[in-house]
Each structure stands twice: as C-alpha cells, then as structure tokens.
Design a protein around this ligand. Structure first.
Ligand SMILES: [Fe+2]
Length: 392
C-alpha cells in the first residue's frame, strides 16, 4: 500500500464509465435537468470527455477525492460542468471550448481537496476572500487559485482551462475571487462558468436542483444588469425547455418571483413602482457620496451595482410609475410578467442590503450617516414590500 491512501490502485478511484454513470444518475433524478438534457443531447460528448480524463490518472484521483469528500461539491461539479457544456453547445462554441468548459466545471473545486488548509489560508490572507453575499456560495478560502495551480501542472498546454478555473467565482462588479476582476476582463467562456456557479448558488438557497424553474425570474432580471449575453441566452433556452406543460404543472412549479410577488399582491403596480423608485433614488444619491472611497472593493461593488440597477429600471420601466396602464387593462400575461419581475427583485436587493450593512460596520469610511440610513431604509422598505420572507 502506498502513502496515497490506496488511490494508486486503479480499481479504487473513478474510471471513465463510473464518472459517466454519475452524470447519468445525477441528471436522471431531476425532471428539470432531464428535460434540458433531452433537448441538449450532450451525453455522448460527456462520455468522450470522461474517457479522455481516464488517461490522466492524477486528475481522476483528484476527482475521486472530491467525490468522496463532499457530496455537495461533487454535485456542484456535475451540475456546473454539465450546464456549462449545454450552454456552450447552445452558443455553438467549438468542440474544444465545450471540452474546456466541461473540464473547468468538473475540476473547479478540486483545490479544496488537494492541499492542506493552511496553504489556502495563507493565500487568502494575501489575496482576500470573495465578498459573501446573501444566498450565495461563500468562500472561506482561495480554492480557485489552488485548483488553477493543479490544472497548470496537469494540463500544461491548456492556459484557457487554467484561467476558467481561476475565475469561476469572479463577479461582474469585481467583488468576487480574484478581487478586482470585472466583467470587461471576463470572456464569454468565463462568464458561462461563472453564471453556472451563480445558478448553483441560487439552487442551494432554494433547496435543490428539482427547483430549477424557480431560478428563471432572477436570471431574466440579472441578465439586464450583467453578463447579459450569457444570462439572456440561458434564460431563453431554459424558459423554452422548462416551461410548465399544463395548468396543473404551472401551479406546482410557480416561480419564486410569482411567489414573492404574491406577498405584495395587495399593492398595485403603481404603488410597487413608487416604492422601487424611492429606493433607486436613495441609492443613487448615496452612490455620489461614496465617490471619494471608490478605491475600496466593496464601495466599488455597490456603486457598480447601483449603476446597473438604474440601467435595469430604465430598460424595464419598472420604476416609471407613469408608464403603467390601469391594472384592469393589463392582460394575464403582462400581469404575470410584472409579478415575475417584481418578485425577482428581492434577490437583487439583498445584495444591496449586504453591502450597506458592511459599510455601516466599516469604520474607515466617513460616510454620511444620513445618506447611509436613507439608502438602508429605502432598501428595507422595498424588501418588506416585495419579499414576504423578509424579517429584520
Ligand atoms: Fe468553487
């Protein structure tokens, strides 16, 4: 027996067929994923990629460690690699780009299990963590860098794969990992893998892969603010595939947006719009007070998100009270679309709540207290109006 815990015995770590079976089982157990796969027809390609990985023993050992150490991370790897591959095929990317995205999704988290934690803490101290946001996967380490380093050794000629893995928790506003990497520095492939991870974050929060349909309203809203090409394209693809087939199904999978919006159903659209406009105006005023502190990563993040929110409001017309026709004139579909959009807003607003709470706690900013309080109150009022689960 070697010091590697027996993993050198080929029968003791995953082989191509075993890994391929994991994909089939994972996708097959969730109706929503199964429906997407029935259209994407990616299983044959996945099988080919699994056989390529089988020729790389160290990589298969690392995948096996992930498989045995954390079911959550292994399922994330299966989901992200698969949905990134499906998206790549939807975008008609080359077979090699499909391959890199698939490998990137599968191997993105192996850095958590290939070295000891003290190394991760050391790197984290040097580079900083991803800023945790409500409802999203929080990072306690610098595993993208560790995973990327592993890739560099195992795939020395695949610079793009190394970069994909390094950036898989980057954020459009620069507050992800690595810090200060923003949307303009991230290519289409990077964005596909990041969005795959963000969808997985949301599914974690919602309760699992069976509720995939519930992510669609926010995907639509977020697609107006950042990574637009990827999110809008994925939203179109998924909406077509996950659309409930009949009325009964519709009620079973009613969207998170519609669910949250039902809490404010008593509010008419004009009232919802007025509350939202007040919130956006307060955030915009506060943003200008933050200009002197734009060197700070969180300040830059909140200012960037405020600008995107204003753009979203202008694009969608949600905060233009005067644009709304009398409620009775709206068709069922228009009413439903408005409910979805308003219902998806809380996830966006919780991000602002997190940023504002951070600024309150950060003593290094001489931020105008009244501006901060006004912005915080406006966000809270919006959350009360749009999210019946809000409690603070
Ligand atoms: Fe990760």
């Amino acid at each position: 027996m070697s010091g590697s815990g027996g993993l050198e015995h080929t029968e003791q770590f995953l082989q191509a067929e075993g890994l391929y079976s994991e994909y089939k089982i994972f996708i097959g157990q969730f109706e929503a994923l199964d429906r997407i796969e029935a259209s994407a027809r990616s299983m044959l390609v996945i099988q080919t990629f699994c056989y390529e990985l089988e020729t790389r023993q160290e990589v298969m050992k690392a995948v096996t460690r992930l498989y045995t150490a954390s079911q959550t991370d292994f399922q994330r790897a299966l989901f992200c690699s698969w949905i990134a591959l499906v998206s790549a095929r939807h975008f008609s990317l080359s077979l090699n780009n499909q391959r890199l995205l698939f490998f990137g999704g599968l191997l993105q988290d192996i850095g958590k299990y290939v070295v000891d934690n003290s190394v991760a803490r050391f790197i984290s101290n040097l580079n900083g963590n991803k800023i945790p946001i409500y409802g999203q996967h929080d990072l306690e380490d610098a595993h993208p860098l560790l995973s990327s380093s592993f890739i560099e050794h195992q795939f020395p000629d695949e610079d793009k794969l190394k970069d994909l893995v390094l950036h898989h928790h980057a954020r459009a506003d620069g507050t992800g990992y690595p810090n200060f990497v923003v949307e303009s520095q991230l290519g289409l492939d990077d964005q596909i893998l990041i969005v795959a991870n963000e969808i997985n974050d949301r599914l974690d929060h919602l309760g699992g892969y069976a509720d995939f349909y519930l992510t669609l309203p926010y995907l639509k809203l977020a697609g107006m603010m950042y990574f637009s090409k990827v999110q809008q394209s994925m939203h179109r693809m998924l909406t077509g595939l996950l659309a409930p087939p009949d009325g009964a199904e519709q009620s079973r999978v009613c969207s998170a947006g519609a669910l949250a919006a039902s809490s404010s159903h008593a509010l008419r659209n004009k009232e919802r719009s007025a509350i939202l406009k007040q919130c956006v105006d307060s955030l915009l005023a506060f943003s200008s007070e933050l200009i002197p502190y734009d060197f700070d990563i969180v300040v830059r993040g909140i200012r960037s998100n405020i600008a995107r929110l204003v753009f979203l409001m202008n694009e969608s017309g949600l905060s233009q009270e005067s644009a709304f026709r009398p409620e009775d004139d709206l068709s069922e579909q228009e009413r439903s679309e408005l409910d979805e959009m308003f219902g998806a807003l809380p996830e966006c607003l919780y991000k602002f709540k997190y940023y504002l709470d951070y600024l309150k706690g950060a003593k290094q900013f001489e931020v105008c207290d009244s501006g901060l309080k006004q912005a915080s109150d406006a966000v809270r009022q919006c959350l009360f109006a749009f999210d019946r689960a809000a409690s603070f």
